[in-house]
Design a protein around this ligand. Structure first.
Ligand code: AMP
Ligand code: MG
Length: 302
């Protein structure tokens, strides 16, 4: 997944780390369109593929969140992602190239048949980058629960899922990075409940970006404009399943401060924190039961 993953767990014996790593790496590879021979690579290459249940489930959740966000989150965003090429540092495309790419993006054109055959139109391609990390964390969490682990935290590049509590029966402490100040925390919260899973995911414009002529171009693209989305600097989502938190964070980020807030506020069992940049300060908005108050956040830019 081009990221570092951390697993913290407690128990009587040391986990088989090599097994956990191999398991996760194998699973992650299935969702990556860049890995030659992977199911998504196959689908993009030939326009159709029969997907195994685990991969199909992720594509279906992606399509569901795409519908819910009216295409702000769109797994067919690959032509645009390739154009901006953040994998190699990023490049500002020509307007005509953007218009061409936009013609090949629309999740409504993904066909899924009853037997799990997925078909996309010519020139289309899936990029599950906005959802796959969350999916893999869920898969690993379920695997660990099956193996008998009850209390653990898994983190990978901004996505976190926890199960149960820490060794001492206390909740896990999770910090949210300040989107503009290195080494500073926006806020710190406690998460976890005995026997329960909870996930927290942040999408931000500071994760992958380049700057040109004083403008920041980041990796979360608006399928309406073809450009990096405007309005927010970060979105944090808390919900049980990490796959949903991941996709919703990206979706709300693209939707912006108003529609993004509504998406998270209206969804049951889901909380969100949306941060925008406003002159010399950040402004934050939180959903009704977000476990931090706006007053608890460090919103200063200096
Ligand atoms: P995240 O860091 O989870 O917000 O996901 C960002 C990644 O999702 C990008 O690096 C792209 O691979 C992909 N992506 C970018 N824009 C979108 C979008 N509008 N909908 C779905 N995925 C996107
Ligand atoms: Mg995401």
């Amino acid at each position: 997944m081009s990221t570092v993953m951390t697993v913290i767990t407690t128990g009587k014996s040391k986990p088989d780390w090599d097994e956990l790593f191999a398991f996760t790496d194998r699973k992650a590879g299935r969702f990556d369109h860049r890995i030659s021979g992977s199911p998504i690579w196959q689908l993009n290459k030939t326009g159709s593929a029969k997907l195994a249940e685990e991969v199909l489930a992720v594509v279906m959740t992606a399509v569901e969140i795409a519908g819910l966000s009216e295409g702000a989150f769109d797994p067919t965003v690959l032509p645009l992602v390739e154009l901006w090429d953040f994998d190699s540092g990023g490049a500002l495309p020509q307007n005509e190239e953007i218009l061409e790419a936009l013609k090949k993006i629309n999740f409504r054109n993904i066909e899924i048949s009853k037997n799990g055959e997925v078909t996309i139109p010519e020139g289309y391609g899936l990029d599950l980058g906005g959802i796959a990390k969350g999916a893999v964390l869920d898969i690993l969490a379920e695997h660990m629960i099956q193996e008998g682990y009850r209390n653990f935290l898994i983190e990978a590049g901004g996505d976190i899922t926890v199960s149960g509590l820490k060794d001492n029966g206390q909740p896990w402490v999770v910090a949210i990075r300040h989107p503009r100040r290195k080494g500073v925390l926006l806020g710190v919260l406690s998460l976890g409940e005995k026997g329960k899973r909870i996930s927290i995911v942040t999408s931000g414009d500071y994760e992958r970006f380049f700057e040109k002529d004083g403008t920041r171009y980041h990796h979360i693209l608006d399928p309406k404009t073809g450009f990096p989305s405007k309005g927010l600097v970060s979105v944090t989502v808390i919900t049980s399943r990490c796959i949903e938190a991941d996709a919703l964070a990206t979706a709300a980020f693209v939707l912006g401060p108003e529609a993004g807030f509504r998406l998270l506020q209206e969804r049951a069992q889901t909380e969100g924190l949306l941060v925008s940049e406003d002159g010399d300060r950040l402004t934050a908005r939180i959903t009704s039961d977000f476990p931090l108050a706006v007053e608890d956040l460090d919103l200063d830019l200096e």
